[in-house]
Design a protein around this ligand. Sequence first.
Ligand code: PHE
Length: 451
Amino acid sequence: MEEKRSSFSGKIGFVLAAAGSAVGLGNIWRFPYLAAKYGGGIFLLVYIALAVTFGFSLMVAEIAIGRKTKLSPIGAFRALNKKFSFIGVLAAVVPAIILPYYSVIGGWVMKYIAGFVTGQGSAMANDSYFGNYIGSSVEPIVWFALFMAITAIIVIFGVNKGVEKVSKVMMPILVVFVIFIAIYSMIAVDGAWEGVIYYIKPDFSKFSIMTVVAAMGQLFYSMSLAMGIMITFGSYMKKDISIEKSTHQIEIFDSGIAFLSGLMIIPAVFAFGGEEALSASGPSLMFVTLPKIFDIMPGGAFIGAMFFIMVFFAALTSSISLMETVVSTVLDKVNINRRLCCIFVFLFCMVLGTVSSLGYSAWSGVKILGMQLLDFFDFASNSVLMPIVALATCIFVGYFLKPQTLIDELELSAPFKQKKMFSIVIKYFAPVCILVILISSVLSAFGVIKI
Ligand code: PHE
């Protein structure tokens, strides 16, 4: 007998779970850096303009595909058109690649929480601390296993009692923490105001086509597009909830947290080391530069702990969405129970994640295309597979399925105000944007250009 598909209890549950997926490490360690580098306010404007057109349309399309078919990516594309089921397969591969290494980073975050809570903040401010830590073979794997286990346990609880409940608790706390830290660091750090201006004031001399390219790539990753997540979450959405309004709310949440992360980080880093200190993004910003700032900031031990707890929430709600997508894809195809499925996925991730973790220690000599293992997984999924999935989705929806099919799905709940724009973006604008993302991210991975 077929089991009834679970669904989010209402709009808030859906929006918070989707926002939980969207708000992740990318908002915290990449957005502020890109904004500072590509002209401050002008980057923010370009980002918002793209979010309400390009990002909006892609997200609406994915959610509608999920809700229409009530299936996760593989089944969803097959149900719409057999010839295009390959898109679903590719989309389903992405979260399976990302989840293990994303959780390795989740493990690093937990280690830093433990460090701040046990008063080792100063040790962590040491230049070599982070390198030594990820260079050790065993400890990062233990923290990774713990992060992975927490993710798996939440997913075992299912859509309502797991994903939705956790998002409803963690996302509001996350917002409060980000606002608090942003205000505190602007007040407590001397010279932070100059940094605020540096972050917000448009600097046209830094504007170039790369501003647009960087904003596009960031938006795409930040909204958790092209990895089957929004299709899966859409499949749990009730028919009477407005997809259009929900998407706007998810976007406001995601961009709002990205902007606030900038206020939390840029002024403090700027006051600490000027423009030069801002040239680091990603792990070195979060795990090397910030602990140094917490070390000298008044009350820094407390703020440091708070910061890493907030990052943990952001990373955990993202990893849950990844795992839910993988599990739901398997459950659509294979007749096993959720718990067993989660255990299999957990074990699979343990193997792949251990490999990427060892890429920094025992296996640091192993390189693929000149990249460390974790970087390679990141490259394969974010820079290659995701743009391909997104491009294929746009071509499929724009020219085969036809935008009207999805517009009809949206209009089951409410009139779709922006349907004209949606069709135009999916058919013409988005494919061009995605091609630009694909080309630029491959070029940047090989060092031809720098984003
Ligand atoms: N959107 C997340 C971020 O901004 C990234 C993410 C990747 C989320 C993979 C889920 C899965 O960091």
